[in-house]
Design a protein around this ligand. Structure first.
Ligand code: SF4
Ligand code: SF4
Length: 378
């Protein structure tokens, strides 16, 4: 399949001084030096393994119909690649596909690319990324002789992949090396109103300077900022809406697109609507949003998952999300019901302190788990 330029789609209308295009009503931006014209809301495929093939087909096609033209997945997102391939392969010329692998060597990466092509039922992947590049030794291995980059560059030369990117959590030094390498054309980072201080002061401006496209994962704080389901919304004291959280992320002009993980039709429709009505936030709106977030207090789990794994098998972010639903959104019965379904309850905590050490927000996790168990099991 030849490289696609979706900017030639007949619906393309205009662009403005922010480099924003409109396709239909969905806003589009350029993904850095890849030159791809991507919808500002992309589809994060991490949750697809949680739903059936039929449901996946429905929401993926709905997303495409609503103007979302960027679908992200990964080799290790369960059957996410397969579900995207199954649902969308007959509309392959309407969207960009991005996938990623944690392979470090050329041999392993070549196999991973083959696997992705097969799963996605395509002969061309628009963006292939090194997944979760972290430690300097891993970066050196990928970029060194026999490293994964050799396979990526070969696949690019052969026209099997279009562009090369990497995703990275927290490891700023690795982010910086990747951005400055001149090889990576896009970076995927976690960025949202709850953790913007971690990347927005240095990484995003640097990516912009080097014309490396920025894809934002976890724009809703790993779900912490996603509003509860609509049927519960009326009863919830919602402090930050998903729309506000997405607008905050997209207000940064270094960001090309945000890819919230989606698994329900209403999530797709709500998130797509944000991409249609996108307006830059005024400083006053940003200030109000920051004030609202401050009101959440310091003991607020961002759902980033850095504290995992727990030796006791406690799924900390899931339990602490229920604590947030209980305390912040006022969804007492909902949170208790969800907690009843949690297999390893918070009272299994042995207070070893590992999670507290790892939490980048300095949360006293064992104390919060004690509170969660007390409130949610009463
Ligand atoms: S302190 Fe408790 S929750 Fe945290 S890692 Fe140790 S056992 Fe797990
Ligand atoms: S407790 Fe801390 S590290 Fe764990 S998910 Fe929440 S914010 Fe992240």
């Amino acid at each position: 399949m030849a490289r696609k330029d979706l900017s030639s789609v007949s619906l393309l209308r205009t662009h403005n001084s922010f480099g924003v295009w409109e396709i239909g009503t969905m806003m589009m931006r350029r993904l850095g030096k890849t030159g791809l014209k991507v919808s500002v809301i992309g589809f994060g495929g991490i949750k697809l393994p949680l739903i059936s093939k039929e449901e996946a087909k429905k929401i993926l096609n709905r997303a495409l119909d609503l103007g979302i033209n960027f679908f992200d997945t990964a080799r290790n997102y369960g059957d996410s690649e397969e579900k995207i391939g199954l649902a969308l392969s007959d509309r392959r010329d309407e969207f960009y596909i991005s996938t990623k692998s944690m392979a470090l060597t050329a041999e392993d990466m070549a196999k991973e690319i083959e696997r992705s092509l097969k799963n996605l039922r395509t002969d061309y992947i628009d963006l292939y990324m090194c997944h979760n590049l972290r430690y300097p030794k891993d970066y050196d291995k990928v970029m060194g002789p026999g490293g994964a980059m050799e396979a990526l560059l070969k696949a690019k030369d052969e026209g099997v992949i279009g562009h090369i990117g990497f995703s990275c959590h927290r490891f700023h030094e690795t982010m910086e090396r990747g951005i400055k390498s001149g090889i990576f054309e896009a970076i995927m980072v976690a960025y949202n109103i709850l953790n913007d201080e971690l990347v927005d002061k240095s990484i995003l401006p640097m990516a912009k300077e080097h014309d490396v496209g920025v894809i934002v994962m976890k724009p809703l704080g790993g779900g912490a900022l996603a509003a509860p389901p609509p049927e519960l919304g009326a009863r919830a004291k919602i402090v930050v809406t998903a729309e506000q959280a997405l607008k905050f992320v997209l207000a940064n002009d270094a960001v090309s697109l945000a890819i919230p993980g989606m698994m329900r039709l209403w999530e797709v429709e709500e998130n797509a609507r944000v991409g249609e009505t996108l307006q830059f936030m005024t400083d006053e709106e940003k200030r109000r949003l920051r004030d609202a977030v401050k009101a959440l207090g310091s003991e607020f789990c961002r759902g980033c998952g850095y504290c995992q794994p727990c030796p006791q098998g406690i799924r900390i972010p899931i339990i602490l999300r229920q604590l947030t639903y209980y305390k912040v959104y006022g969804l007492v019965d909902w949170a208790k019901g969800r907690y009843r379904m949690v297999e390893v309850k918070a009272d299994n905590c042995l207070e070893c302190g590992q999670c507290r050490e790892k939490c980048p927000y300095g949360l006293d996790v064992p104390k919060m788990l004690r509170e969660a168990h007390k409130l949610l099991s009463s």
